[in-house]
Design a protein around this ligand. Sequence first.
Ligand code: G6P
Length: 622
Amino acid sequence: MCGIVGYTGENQAAPILLDGLKRLEYRGYDSAGLAVRDGDALAEVVKATGKLYHLADKTDQGRSLPGNCGIGHTRWATHGDPSLINAHPHVSGNCSGSGSGKVESDVVGVHNGIIENYGELKEKLLRHGYLFYSDTDTEVVVKLVDYYYKKYKIGPVDAITRTMVRVRGSYALALMFKDHPGEIFAARKDSPLIIGTAENAAFLASDVPAILKYTRSVYYIGNLQVARLSPGSVKFYDLNGDEITLPLTEITWDAEAAEKGGYEHFMLKEIHEQPAAVRDTLGSLIKDGKIDLTAAGITDDILLSLSQIIITACGSAWHVGIAAQYVIEDMAKVPVRVELASEFRYRSLPMSKNILVIVISQSGETADSLAALRLAKEKGAETLAVVNVVGSTIAREADHVLYTLAGPEIAVATTKAYSAQLVALDALAVQMALVKGTVSAEQYSHLIEELIGIPDKITRVLEDKERLQWFSSKIANAHDIFFIGRGLDYAISLEGSLKMKEISYIHSEAYAAGELKHGTISLIEKNTLVIGVLTQSQMIEKTISNMAECKSRGAYLMGVTTNGNFAGEDSVNFTVYIPRTDEHFVSSLAVVPLQLLGYYTSVNRGLDVDKPRNLAKSVTVE
Ligand code: G6P
C-alpha cells in the first residue's frame, strides 16, 4: 500500500512530484523516492527513509533535481523493510547499490500493490542473469518489463502488457524508459490510479487530491489497461496493446477541500466537517421527505425481497456495520450478520439472490473488503457497496453503489466518513422498515425528520469540545481505558476505543458492558478509566451498575449520555451530554465526543495525530 505520482510537462518535475506525494502521504509514509529525467539525460533517482520531508530536504524541496519528467512514490512497506534499498523507484539494471543516483537502466519504475507470484518470476529472471538489490516485488516487475522489452525488441506498451499477462496480484505502475524521454507509461490492476491532463502536461496519481492543484480533468484508468503520458497527451491501451478511448471526468470538488483549512490537523478539520458530511449524504438520499435509494440501484422491490443482510467491512467501517445491525434488525425486523471482511472468506455462509451483502468502505480499495465483495458476488448474492471514493474498485465492482458524500478524508483515523456511512445505513434501515411494513407512514416521516436533524445536533456536540480538551489533558498518561455499553452503545464503544488507541497509543478495549464481569474486570485497578456510553434508555441503568462495579474497584468514570435526567450523575466523575434524538440514530452524536477525546489525548501526548505509527489509511494488502 503506497502512493504514486507522475508528471511530464514544461515545468520542473520534482517539486510537483513532491507536492503530489505530500497529499498521498496518508497512503504510506515509511520511505519515499523520486526519479526525474532532464531531457534525454539518464534518470536520476533519489530516495529517503522516513517521512516525506526527509526526501524534500535531500532535494532542496525538489529544486536540486533538474528535469521535466518524473515519477515518485511514498511507501508503506509490504515486501521488505522500510529501508533505503527497498524504497522506490526501482530500476531494471544490475546496479550494486540501491538504484540511487543517475541510473543507466532501461526501465525505472514505481509501484503500488502486491505481486503475488514475484518469487517465481524472480527465479526466472535470476536464471536470465538479472541481479536483485532489494527485497521488493516491485524490482521484480521492473526487471520483467525490461526482460520482455529487450527479448522481443518491442515497444514499452507491449513490454508492459506482456508483463501484465505474466504477473498475478495488484498494481498501479508508473514506468519511464531510457529510450523514451518525456514519456511515462502506467498500468493498473486492482490498485487505484488516475491520469490527469492539462495543456502541455500530463499527470498520474493514486488519488485525485495529489494533482488537483494542477488539473481537474481526470481519466479513471480501468483494470488491465495501460496509459502512455507525454506533455499534453495521454493514450490508453488494452491488454492486447490496442488503443482504446476512456471518458474524461471533470472533478467538481475543490482542492481546498483536501487542505487543512485553518485547523491544526486534518483529523480535527474532518471532525468539524461531520455536520456537512452527514447533511450531504442524507441530502442525496432523501427527496421530498422520502428516502430514495434508486440512484444506488436499490429499489423498494429489492428491499422487499430481502430475507437477510450480511454486512462486511474492516476497521471503523466494520463498526458502522455493528451499529447498523442493531438499527436494521430493530426497525425492519430483517436479520443482519456482520462479518469482518478479513474473516468473510473463511466462513461458508450460504448466499442467494435474496441476501444483500453490503460492503462498507471509505476508500473503496481495502483489499479484504474487495475480496469479500468478489466472493459474495461469486456465490450469487446481491451486493451493495457503501463507498466514499468515487470510481474506486469496490464501487465499480459491486452490483449497486451508495456513495457517502464525506469528501476526501486525509487523516488516517476516520471520522467524517464513518459518520456519513452511519447515516447512509440508517436511511437504508428506515426505507426497509417502510417497505417491510414494520413502521407506519407516520413513524416513517418522524424518523426522516429525526435523521434530517442530526447535522445540527452534531454541531451542538462540537460546541462542547473545550470540556473534552480539558478532560483529555487529565487522562493523557492513562495506561488502559475501557469503553463499555450495551446494544448500540456497545457499537459506539468499539469506535471510541479504536479512535483512542490508534492515535494516542493508549491501550484501550471496548466491551459489551455485561461481559466485563466475565474476566476483564480483573484488569480494573485504581484510576483505570472506564467510559460508559449511555444513550439507550432501556439499558442505561444496567450499564451504570457495571460502571459502579468498576468504581468500587478503583476505576475513574466518564459517561456519554443524552440530555435530561441522568441517574449516574453522582457516581460518574465526568459526564458529556449530547442532544436528544431518536435512539436509533444517537450513535451519530455519541461518537463525536469520543473522537474528540481520542484527538485531544493524542495532541496532549505530542503525537502525530494525522499519521499514527504503523497505520495507513487505505489498506490494499490482505
Ligand atoms: C484502515 C483505516 C481505518 C479504516 C479501515 C477500513 O485501517 O485506518 O480507519 O476504517 O482501514 O478502510 P476503508 O477504506 O475500507 O473504510
